[in-house]
Design a protein. Structure first.
Length: 306
């Protein structure tokens, strides 16, 4: 009888400690939701070269409620870590409702995994790389708390050395939005406890001008109008967009040559200024919707002044 009471008290104490620790931290994707971005949420982290085995072991030991584990040796198809289609050894933890479809897709060597439901959640460990993919926001509730608690546990572990980490959203044709990056566990834990702050717009514009001033870019791009809207700086980058003619004779505009470069610019400014950044959408000529003059970049939060 005493043993039973002791074990019940021990379990209750552990649960209270766990809930206290988790309650100190926000969900890792809090900033993505603050900015109403998506559709998919991504978290990635890299640990020290010597940490691969310890990383895999610590994730396996963590209580991942709502997930099923599978281990593969082969191509890293659709793993939210490592390089796609690269042979290797990796662990996946898939939310239970999608586990069978994800495993079946990987075993068929398919580049695209079909999931059973509209949302999904996958955690991956590939060597020293760790990643989370939340499809369309992921499974709400318990699983989100579970993967946040795992991130906290890895960041706090004295057995691991966190080298870098990043939070991003995008996918399914939507532009990548860069939220936060860091190079230490301390930065990550601080990020999980912070609240959004009004950005330093002077710094953002300065870093944007600097990023566009590099010789390879300055020949193509120049900064146009910058407008502050609440907690967000909206900028137009001017560049020459070629008109194209399709095989059917229809005319269009080719944004492809500029998309990747401006996405890198948005990422650079976001990293330096510690604010969400995105290169998304074409900029139209004033009073002429059918003429494109450049691209929109935005930095900060879609909040109005209090």
């Amino acid at each position: 009888m005493f043993d039973l009471i002791y074990h019940q008290l021990s379990w209750s104490l552990c649960r209270c400690i766990y809930l206290y620790i988790v309650s100190k931290f926000q969900d890792w994707f809090w900033e993505i939701q603050e900015c109403r971005q998506g559709p998919h949420y991504y978290f990635s982290a890299t640990f020290a070269l010597s940490d691969a085995e310890r990383l895999a072991a610590l994730v396996r030991q963590h209580p991942l409620s709502g997930f099923k584990h599978c281990h593969f040796v082969g191509k890293l198809i659709n793993a939210p870590c490592g390089n796609s289609n690269t042979p290797g050894s990796y662990d996946l933890y898939v939310d239970q409702s999608n586990y069978a479809e994800v495993v079946s897709g990987i075993q068929r060597d398919e580049p695209i995994v079909t999931v059973a439901h509209y949302v999904w959640q996958i955690i991956g460990v590939c060597d020293r790389n760790f990643g989370i993919e939340s499809g369309y926001g992921g499974i709400t509730g318990t699983n989100n708390q579970t993967d946040t608690s795992l991130i906290v546990a890895l960041a706090q572990s004295p057995e691991l050395t966190l080298v870098d980490w990043r939070v991003v959203s995008g996918g399914d044709g939507y532009a990548l939005v860069f939220f936060r990056t860091g190079t230490s566990a301390a930065e990550l834990l601080a990020y999980l406890q912070m609240q959004p702050e009004k950005p330093d717009f002077t710094q953002i514009e300065r870093e944007l001008r600097l990023a566009l001033s590099y010789p390879a870019l300055s020949k193509i791009y120049r900064l146009g109008e910058c407008k502050i809207n609440g907690w967000q700086l909206e900028a137009i980058v001017l560049h020459n967009i070629e008109k194209t003619t399709s095989s059917y004779g229809g005319e269009g505009w080719d944004m492809t040559p500029h998309t990747s470069e401006l996405s890198k610019v948005a990422q650079t400014v976001s990293d330096k200024c510690k604010v969400p950044g995105c290169a998304g959408g074409a900029a139209h000529a004033q009073n002429d919707f059918y003429t494109l003059i450049g691209s929109h970049l935005s930095f900060g939060y879609p909040r109005q002044e209090a």
